[in-house]
Design a protein around this ligand. Structure first.
Ligand code: DGT
Ligand code: CA
Ligand code: CA
Ligand code: ZN
Length: 577
């Protein structure tokens, strides 16, 4: 289990105990531990095994005892027992946006509502508005939230790329060392770095004699919870996060062709096949063949493309959006790579809702070879994230500058802030911004505005000239919340006019802006900043997810501001002022 999964279990335990009327003290201990583990720089599972978890602040003996139980038995008896006593739908209610524990408890205790169906019926009948802190506005919002929830539930469940990537990398590592395995790689939408992934497609090359044992080993892996089917060369399973994974064993002579075929996309494959047919060739997952059936390519992917007259292209481009033509004409773009990123311009520390100190963030950034970072804690308006008053901001800036001096040029720290863009487009900080090195402006509240109003809000903030970069511009959360409706052209035009950048926030559930907006930014010459929005040292690594999205948007190093040096960024900034 990763840290996020452990934190989810502890949060559920806290929720369930609180609903059952457990003491506040006990409940709070689990919530504190969940937060501590979520923001941990190391894997809690390993710390649990080594005994190091006891030293983590916020994690007490009771928590450790239950996590050991979870590890050994796969469950927590107390959680099961408490859950069994609650009405079955009650914790599900809390999955609705706007319904926290307090509201779930309120509608249950005062209206006897324990399912989403009952909640919807009550909201439609107007019987919730008389509850304390409710009213008809909130009732209307609830109905909309339930409708959106239904829509999501009825769609096949796609997973955020980050979740799929972590799983796939673990599976590939385990498969790669099995006897007889020559190569192993994941393909499909994950290899193309789509923001969400339907199922995992994994390929192994091995000779036929080993195929059976490899498929058996795959089916017996601990993360496999269900078997959907197994043949001589293929097995399909369900993993413990509910995702399907297909493994195919192919001969070495076909590995490149299979990798090309199963990487897709389907549209890309169809377009490529059409070209092959024009050359009198046939492309399949086994290879490239001429009219007489002679194999021209197959073992490696580049050879497969070459055989049909194309240059190999990065998987992120393979959507039949012009990449085939670009390949034919020799004008494939040079895409940005992880190593091009020289700094990170959005992160939080303990001063607001981060888990690490300024120094810890700086050391972690040095470790990944960054030349600069901006510390951008939240401003006052975001009270739930311990946003800073102007006085706290000034003191924080002083500490950032002191830390910068102490680091003696090993890395440069920019003193920044993530200011709140208020409903009318003004910022919750104004005068304080002038002395800062970097200002991210983000919308954190009232995300559900009509499109026109939200566009005006952002355009006004951009035109203030006070923000350097618009943070997570749509506010979406993959699988939880759609982004705000926006007139992208108007927002990006305002950025282009004022010399403001847009963020590609790489936090796994955000990936915001989307690849389409990133592409539109490129077309308008608006620089994109590829940030982690890290809330702990470990989260600086989130940038790898954003890289995939940037590449899907055909962005090169030159389109991304934080591939430039600190001096170049300073020059870019002062050109605007
Ligand atoms: P996903 O799983 O929905 O996120 O998307 P993919 O792209 O991984 O799609 P999937 O798993 O259905 O199939 C993997 C690849 O196999 C797909 O990208 C291209 C190839 N493929 C699947 N079905 C077809 C097909 O009918 N024709 C062609 N040419 N290729 C196909
Ligand atoms: Ca797939
Ligand atoms: Ca598949
Ligand atoms: Zn933010």
């Amino acid at each position: 289990m990763d840290n996020a999964a452990i934190a989810r279990v502890l949060t559920e335990l806290a929720d369930v105990l609180e609903l059952s009327g457990e003491t506040v003290f006990k409940v709070r201990a689990f919530r504190t531990a969940a937060r501590a583990i979520e923001g941990l720089g190391e894997r809690a599972e390993e710390l649990l095994a080594s005994g190091g978890l006891a030293k983590v602040k916020g994690v007490g003996d009771g928590v450790i005892r239950r996590l050991k139980e979870l590890r050994e038995t796969g469950k927590i008896a107390e959680l099961e027992a408490a859950r069994a006593k609650l009405p079955p739908g009650i914790t599900e209610l809390m999955n609705l946006p706007g319904i926290g524990l307090k509201t779930a408890q309120q509608v249950w205790k005062e209206r006897g509502i324990t399912t989403i169906e009952e909640l919807e019926a009550a909201a439609r009948a107007g019987s919730l508005r008389t509850l304390p802190r409710f009213g008809d506005k909130r009732e209307e919002k609830l109905i909309l939230a339930i409708e959106a929830f239904r829509k999501r539930a009825s769609q096949p469940k796609r997973r955020p790329m980050a979740e799929a990537l972590e799983l796939a990398e673990a599976l590939v590592a385990k498969l790669g060392v099995l006897p007889g395995v020559v190569s192993c790689q994941y393909a499909g939408s994950l290899r193309r770095r789509m923001e969400t992934v339907g199922d995992l497609d994994i390929l192994v090359s091995a000779d036929a004699a080993h195929a059976g044992a490899i498929l058996d080993a795959f089916c017996a892996m601990p993360e496999v919870t269900e078997h959907l089917g197994k043949g001589d060369t293929k097995a399909s399973v369900v993993l413990d996060n509910g995702m399907q994974a297909d493994l195919r064993v192919v001969p070495e002579a076909s590995f490149g062709a299979a990798l090309q075929y199963f990487t897709g996309s389907k549209d890309h494959n169809v377009a490529m096949r059409t070209i092959a047919v024009k050359h009198g060739l046939k492309v399949s997952e086994y290879g490239v063949f001429d009219a007489s059936g002679k194999s021209l390519a197959g073992p490696d992917e580049a050879g497969v493309y070459r055989a049909v007259g194309l240059a190999w292209m990065p998987p992120e481009l393979r959507e039949n959006r012009g990449e085939i033509e670009a390949s034919q004409d020799g004008r494939l773009p040079a895409l940005v790579e992880q190593g091009d990123i020289r700094g990170d311009l959005h992160m939080h520390t303990r001063e607001s809702d981060g888990k690490s100190t300024i120094e810890e963030m700086a050391q972690a950034a040095i470790h990944v070879n960054y030349k600069y970072i901006a510390i951008t804690d939240h401003s006052e308006n975001l009270a739930i994230a311990r946003g800073m008053t102007p006085e706290r901001l000034r003191a924080h800036v002083r500490r950032i500058r002191e830390a910068d001096d102490a680091l003696d040029g090993k890395i440069r720290l920019l003193a920044g802030v993530e200011a709140d863009i208020l409903a009318d487009g003004s910022l919750d900080l104004e005068g304080e911004l002038a002395e800062l090195d970097w200002v991210v402006g983000s919308v954190h509240g009232q995300l559900a505005m009509p499109r026109e109003q939200m566009t005006k809000r952002l355009v006004r903030a951009i035109e203030s000239g006070k923000i350097d970069c618009v943070g997570h511009p749509t506010g979406r959360m993959l699988g939880h919340r759609d982004g705000s409706e926006l007139d992208w052209e108007a927002v990006l035009d305002a950025c282009a006019r004022t010399g403001t950048a847009v963020e590609l926030n790489s936090s796994p559930l955000r990936l915001d802006v989307t690849e389409h907006a990133a592409r539109a930014a490129r077309e308008r010459g608006v620089p994109v900043v590829l940030n982690s929005d890290a809330h702990s040292t470990r989260e600086l690594a989130f940038v790898k997810y954003g890289i995939g999205i940037a590449r899907r948007a055909w962005l090169g190093k030159e389109h991304i501001l934080n591939t430039r040096s600190r001096e170049e960024i300073r020059a870019w900034r002062s050109a605007r002022a």
